[in-house]
Every structure is written in C-alpha cells, then in structure tokens.
Design a binder for this molecule. Structure first.
Ligand SMILES: Nc1ncnc2c1ncn2[C@@H]1O[C@H](COP(=O)(O)OP(=O)(O)OP(=O)(O)O)[C@@H](O)[C@H]1O
Length: 555
C-alpha cells in the first residue's frame, strides 16, 4: 500500500503539482461542480416527484402544467450538466494522457534506454505500457476521483431524505414488536451488500476469463501482424496452409474461452438482472405498511422509490469501484516499473572519454547477461584511416562497433575517442514511413534541395528512383536489400560524420558494387575515420589497417 502511494505520488507531482497545469485544476473543479449540480438536480426532482404524484391523486389539474414546466427546466439543466460532464472529463483525460505519453516516450527514447531495454527479453512491452496502461491509469484515476465525490454527495443527500421518509416504525413479527428508525436506509444497505457479495462470489471466475480473453485476442492479433510483416517469406515458402492452421489453432483458444465466458455471464445474468429489476419494486413493497397506515401519500411513496434507487446506485458504485481498483493499481504499478527501468537504463549510458584519437586500453565487453565476449582489448585507430575489424564469426566485432557507436553499455575498462559526430550503419538499414527524401535525410528532416538529393541518388546507384524522391512508398518493402544498403550509404554521405562505423553494410552488394560504394565514401568523406566489419575478402585493399580481435577472445 505504501509503495502504491509513493508511486501515485510521483504521478501527482509530475502533473498536478505543477503551476503550468493550473488550467487542469480549473477543469477538475468544474467537473466536480457539475457532478454536484447533477446531485442537486436529482434531489429537486425527488422532491418534485412527491408534489407531482400528490397533485395527481388530488386531481388538481390546474397545478399540473406548472409542475411539468418545472420538470422540463430540471431536465434541461440536467442534460447540459451531464453532457458537459462527460465532455470535459474526456478533455481532462486527453490532456493528462498527452502529458504522460510525451513524458514516457521522451524518457524511453532518450539516452538510448529504448535500445538497451530491447536487449532484455524480460522488459515490459513499451507499446502496452505507453499506449494502454497510460490510457487505463489516466481514465480510471479521473473517473474514480470524480465519481467518488459525486457518489459521496449523492449518498449523503439521499440517505438523509430516506432516513426522514422512513421515520420510526414499529413492526410486529410473530408476536414480537420491533421499533426501527430509518428502516428503509437499513434495507437499502442490506440489499446492496447482499447483492454485491453474491455478485462477487458468482462472478469471481469472470475476472480470469476476461483476462484470458484479452490475452488470446492479443495473441491472435500479434499472429496476424506477423503474417503481414513476413508476407514475402511466407509466400516464398508457400506456407499459407501452415499459417492458416496456426491461426485456426489460436482462434480456437478465443472460441474456447469465449464459450466459458458467455456461460458464466449467463449464470451471473440470471442473478444480476433479477436483482436490478427487483430493486425497483423493493422500496415500494417496503413502504406499503406506511402507505396503508396512511403515514405517507402516493407522492411520498414515489419519493421513497427514487431516494431508495439513488442510495442503491451510490452504494453499488462503491462495490463497482472496489472491483476496478485492482486494474487501476496494476496499471499504476506497471507504469512505475517501466519508468524505473527507463531511469535505470538511462544511467547505464556511459559518457565517452575524450582523447586525441579512437583507442582502446584494456576494454572488456560482455553480453547483457554479463558473459565475457572480448577481454582486455588494446589498440588505436588512426584518425582519418580505414580500419577493418577482423576475427571469426561470433567473436564480438559487431559488439565492439556497437560500443564505440555509443549503443553498448555492457563493458568495463577504457576506450576513448576524439570529439566528433559518429554514425553506425548496420547490415540492415532502418527505413521508416515517409518519402524517399525523408528516408535519405533520416534522422533529420530533409534540408537538402531536390537537386542535391538527385545527385546523391545517382552517385550511390539509386538513380532510377530519382523521380520518386517525394513519393511516400513502403520503402522497406520496395527497395531491394542491396538498394537499402545504398540508401544507408547515401545517408552517411549526407550527414558527413567524423566517425563512420560500417557493420557489413555492403554485404548485399556484389563485390564490384561494394567497392564502388566504399570508394565513393572515401572520395566524398576524406577526413572521416572509418571502422568496418566486412566478410568480403576482395575488398582488402580498401582498408589502411586491420585490427585483429582474435587475440582478445574472452577465455
Ligand atoms: N543482445 C545480445 N544478447 C546476448 N548475447 C549477445 C547479444 N549480442 C551479441 N551477443 C553475443 O555476443 C557474441 C558476439 O556477437 P557479435 O555479433 O558481436 O559477433 P560478430 O563477431 O560480429 O559475429 P558475426 O561476424 O557473425 O557477425 C556472440 O556470442 C553473440 O551471441
């Protein structure tokens, strides 16, 4: 409980205790005000119903018009308050959610936390945390808070009314007499409590089935998405039948659980529907003794009925709120854990030691599970030269490139680099959505003129795509693997880094094309220090130096 409060406190401080969010406080105050206004109107309507039914029974037709007019005014105010309450609540939700989403995505994407988290299998899915949990947490917090105040006010107002209307009554049961004050209040409390306990008991299994249903639906969706992402490979293998069988199997889980869920809901429905329906008549039946004794009029009976129903609804809300608290606290916990993981990963970001050149002095590399990869690496990379990292597959060449590229933090010992920008081109370039000009300029916005980009495309061998510079195609699907590598080289030429790290970045090109592309880099970026990994042995003359990492293989 204490941790939950501490976690919640962070979210309060982060948004609600900042001066800049004063307008959200105003919004919240208006929302609470509208909720209280709705309660006040309900109280008036409750009093009105007594007068109205008493007027009816007294056949005072001339008074009816005035009463109907009064009712229409109440309804008009009620409608405006209720509609704006829902509208403003949504406005407040989207404000707080925007702030948190900005905050979470910003933190997650800063200091490479997102990259390190992607290396750990056990880290939560960011898509669920950022998209789903923030939404659940924000909506539930606001809904719970506002309805708590409104329901407390409604409960108090109508309990007072019901208490007054019940008066003190003496019941005669089996020869005994029992005098009770406010008996309708006790009846409402007992009826709601009994109903809620039975609903909880019958519906207990529903939670599990609902949870499983969401899980199975998510699995099915993810599976469909995988087919979309790997459409080409599946089509090439002719794996359609196998995939359909897999989808059918996964959908069977949905069907199986759905059946269990609908049966359980049916069982619960028998009780809850009867329970709700009966709650409409119960106060009438319970007031019959007062009515028969002429202690109350028909108007009084109707007033009791509506007051009872208000008390019943408010009490039921507390039970409902209690049942959604676990969902709320689970989203709060998951968000807090995600936030703490991001903070921890950000702290892993190690500052680069500045020196005169790129050099290693007893550098030890590990896997995220702390298994040694390379130990005690020594050496220097000559500024402006081209150095190839050599060694057998799986030795740790890419890991070293990731380290000097600023991605890998699982190391100790020392390495240093002279100040300057760096760019790492992996084997497979990332190409997001957008135009070819945007893909070329990534991660910056296109700043170069079309003429410059046309020339660049021509230079890297993508001249045939010049006409499509401003077309938004699915470039990751459209360009061949080799063309994607050419595009990555074009990006490097555009951004002109001081350090360029090439991790098998020409592996999809034939050796002549690879040589042309590398020579282009040499020619256009003569001062850039290049460190590369390549298995294309015929390119040996391209490098000035070779750093053989085999001797640093971890024991
Ligand atoms: N994210 C990771 N989690 C666990 N182990 C990893 C991770 N990344 C790399 N490794 C391990 O570290 C070792 C070195 O991998 P690395 O990719 O650096 O080798 P490499 O020399 O570049 O190999 P190749 O020439 O085949 O590309 C391998 O045993 C690999 O399994």
């Amino acid at each position: 409980m204490k941790t939950l409060l501490t976690q919640f406190n962070w979210f309060l401080k982060d948004y609600w205790l900042k001066r800049s969010h004063f307008s959200s406080w105003l919004l919240l105050a208006v929302l609470v005000g509208l909720g209280l206004a709705v309660v006040a109107i309900n109280v008036h309507i409750n009093e009105w119903s007594k007068t109205f039914y008493d007027t009816l029974t007294a056949f005072e037709a001339d008074k009816l018009y005035g009463l109907i007019g009064e009712y229409l005014i109440y309804i008009a105010i009620f409608v405006v308050c209720a509609v704006y309450r829902a509208w403003l609540r949504k406005l407040l939700i989207i404000r707080w959610r925007s702030h948190l989403t900005e905050q979470f995505t910003g933190q997650w994407l800063s200091r490479r936390a997102f990259y390190r988290m992607s290396l750990n299998d056990h880290t939560d899915n960011p898509d669920q945390r950022i998209a789903e949990d923030i939404n659940v947490f924000v909506s539930r917090t606001i809904e719970l808070f506002i309805s708590l105040i409104t329901n407390l006010a409604q409960l108090y107002s109508f309990l007072v009314i019901l208490w007054k209307l019940s008066g003190t009554h003496t019941f005669h049961i089996f020869g005994h007499s029992l005098t009770v004050t406010g008996y309708l209040v006790w009846l409402a409390v007992a009826y709601t409590l009994a109903g809620s306990i039975i609903t909880q008991l019958v519906g207990q299994k529903l939670h599990r089935f609902n949870y499983n249903q969401q899980r199975f639906e998510a699995n099915f969706r993810a599976s469909l998405l995988r087919k979309h992402d790997h459409a080409e490979q599946i089509a090439l293998y002719g794996g359609e039948a196998k995939e359909q069988a897999g989808l059918r199997r996964e959908f069977q889980d949905i069907i199986g659980n759905w059946r269990k869920l609908m049966n359980k809901e049916r069982d619960l429905g028998f009780f809850t529907t009867a329970y709700d329906r009966f709650s409409l008549m119960l106060p009438v039946l319970a007031s019959v003794p007062l009515f028969m004794a002429k202690a109350i009029t028909l108007g009084g009976l109707m007033q009791i009925r509506s007051a009872f129903s208000a008390v019943f609804n408010s009490l039921s809300w507390f039970v409902f709120a209690y049942s959604i608290l676990p969902e709320w606290s689970a989203s709060l916990q998951r968000l807090s854990q995600f936030r703490q993981t991001v903070e921890r990963e950000q702290k892993q970001d190690k500052p680069v030691l500045e020196g005169r050149e790129l050099s290693f002095n007893g550098l030890n590399l590990y896997t995220p599970a702390r298994i040694p990869v390379l130990s005690n690496i020594q050496g220097r990379i000559r500024p402006g030269a081209w150095t190839r990292l050599a060694g057998p597959s799986g030795l740790g060449k890419s890991t070293l490139l990731r380290t000097i590229g600023g991605l890998w933090s699982h190391y100790d010992g020392q390495w240093q680099q002279s100040p300057g920008s760096r760019l790492l081109l992996p084997q497979k370039a990332y190409i997001g959505n957008g135009t070819l000009a945007e893909a070329l300029s990534y991660p910056n916005e296109p700043a170069a003129s079309d003429a410059v980009l046309h020339e660049l495309l021509e230079a890297v061998g993508l001249g045939s795509w010049k006409a499509h510079l401003n077309s938004a195609l699915n470039w990751a699907q459209t360009l061949s693997a080799g063309e994607q590598q050419r595009l990555a080289v074009a990006r490097a030429l555009l951004s002109r880094p001081d350090y360029l790290y090439l991790d098998e970045s020409t592996s999809h090109l034939d050796e002549t094309a690879a040589r042309e592309v590398l020579m282009l880099i040499k020619q256009r970026l003569p001062d850039t220090t290049v460190v590369m990994v390549s298995h294309q042995s015929s390119l040996a003359d391209i490098y000035d130096e070779v750093l053989d990492l085999s001797r640093f293989k971890a024991a």
